[in-house]
Ligand binder design. Sequence first.
Ligand SMILES: [Zn+2]
Length: 260
Amino acid sequence: MPELPEVELYCRYVARHALQQRITSVRVLDERILGVRKAVLLRALTGRQLTRVRRHGKHLFADAGSTWLHIHFGMSGDLYWYQGDAGQPRFARVIFDFEDGARLAYDDMRLFGVVEVTPDPDAFITEHRLGPDPLDSAFRLPLFRRIVTGRRGAVKSLLLSQDIIAGMGNLYADEALYRASIHPRRAVDTLSAAEVKAIFHSMRAILKEAIAFKSRGGDYPGRYLVQHREEGDRCPLCGGTIQRTVVFGRTTYFCGRHQK
Ligand SMILES: [Zn+2]
């Protein structure tokens, strides 16, 4: 499932290949993926250029002049840049043809994603009540402290609530809490100032590292929890036992020894 680091890489992919070239046609192969009427999408994008791309949480926005292309990748969304019809991916739902003959396909086997246009990303973020993006330069520790203050419930639930922080997925929430040595069920209102700080920094570090690993095509080192997501596995940090539970409806792994 595409999480924030993958969506960041899709943004870079679009920026590397698809900007500053005229879109000669937009082909919708399956209208179920659209968040707007097909005619609206075609009218908004045909003949336009994408000039810049930005990300908020797991949402990609590409500036097309008077409107923005918006993509949410759902469970299995993917982007392919290719030449000629032979490169067309199997589950292509929307294909953008560019004037130099290249194509950008949005591929999505399970159809939980969305392709649409939206007038303004900032208005979209407000309308959809998305919290700040954890890698945004405006997302600083004092803001995170304000967000956390007065909250109750499990800290992992807080990290997964899109209206509080946009785009922290299940794996990354677990990883951040693991590194910060905080139990996923820990009540938010019992966190010390130092613990809030530790979560803030580990959250951002994990996401940045994930983007770096994935952009190099590499895998996570063995010290990462993601390499030990199995009940009874041994914690590489302290030798404790990895445990499994469910928080916020999501399968959760943590170390029973060092996460308090
Ligand atoms: Zn441990």
